[in-house]
Design a protein around this ligand. Sequence first.
Ligand code: NAP
Ligand code: MG
Length: 402
Amino acid sequence: MKKIQMTTPLVEMDGDEMTRILWKMIKDELILPFVDLKTIYFDLGLPERDKTDDRITVEAAEATKQYGVAVKCATITPNAQRMTEYNLHQMWKSPNGTIRSLLDGTVFRTPITIPSIKPAVKSWQKPITIARHAYGDVYKNVEIRAAQAGTAKLVFEGADGAKEEMVIHEFKGPGVLQGMHNTDKSITSFAHACFKFAIDSKQDLWFSTKDTISKKYDARFREIFDEVFEQYKSDFERLGIEYFYTLIDDAVARVIRSNGGFIWACKNYDGDVMSDMVSTAFGSLAMMTSVLVSPDGKYEYEAAHGTVTRHYYKHLAGETTSTNPMATIFAWSGALRKRGEMDNLPELVNYANQLEDACFDTLNDGIVTKDLVNLMEGIEPKAVSSADFMAAIRERLDRRMA
Ligand code: NAP
Ligand code: MG
């Protein structure tokens, strides 16, 4: 068989532990036999990050800016225990955080759904994608625990000397206070990424805040979204998709009653909490995909889960594991499809679709990894190892590509 050709390379970011093992299996078994794969390879595994003083992560992000599409394996974010385990000379920052801030990107998380895994919410028929604004608010707050009675003030001193001052509260006794911020620049980037992703995935975009209560802070988010939307309005009309703003309370009620199939853009805290709720309600973390989109349209695909450490230690001890590779496979198919669309390579787009369909065929035949067994209804699932699961997908992909 003649392999499918690529014109522009993908930026490939390898990672750690069990997902690094799956990464190689996916490439060897499901991609390389079909695609003349071109990648620019960055090893973001923890040993290499330590060796390069984490320059490798920055280089990978820069390459993503240059080439436009990246695929990333899960990586360890070091903590105290990892310092000793990997003998690190610094507690390196989260690679995802570094890449996100260099690309100024927004993360979109979407569950992979199949008929035999029913979401906890009965009306949900299609996936719901959550877009979380990953800058500022309570995550960059300053807090004071007031030990006594006193006056709390909010003060802004402009670069030109203009000063604004307001009393937050006259404390009669001890209490707590908090200051937070966001920037027009970051909110604008968030809005662009959301509208671009809605157009890209041809889905409605919902945005919600609490602007009835927060009449300046949250209202600014709403205003910026309205302004930025003007640039995308005609594309939305052409595609027959909709942007609408609603209060967070109303959004929550509508989401629960909806059939799914839209993007829900959330402020930082709302997105943190709601993405956990939505992903749990859809079934399994192992079936959650994630894509980072920059305001200028660069894409980085990955799985939402981590490196599955517990399985990796079993693997090292010589045990066979049944780790679910679905989200990591879909990171590859998502990136290859995007590359195919950008470079006008219909064969590559078709391959990406066939790869995903071969995964669905496998699950719909009841061949699954262990994590899915108790979630499936209506068919008798058979749990297999990661390697056997991969082989079952390969068999179906061979048939589809023949
Ligand atoms: P995790 O790797 O997502 O795993 C947590 C648990 O979820 C696993 O022990 C497993 O449960 C289940 N699970 C997750 N993915 C699975 C899959 N594909 N197949 C089957 N089961 C799956 O989270 P963690 O253990 O908290 O974190 C491990 C490492 O990953 C940490 O070093 C963390 O820094 C890193 N991390 C990286 C990213 C990223 O790169 N995007 C994201 C999150 C965490 P059972 O053990 O019960 O089977
Ligand atoms: Mg959370």
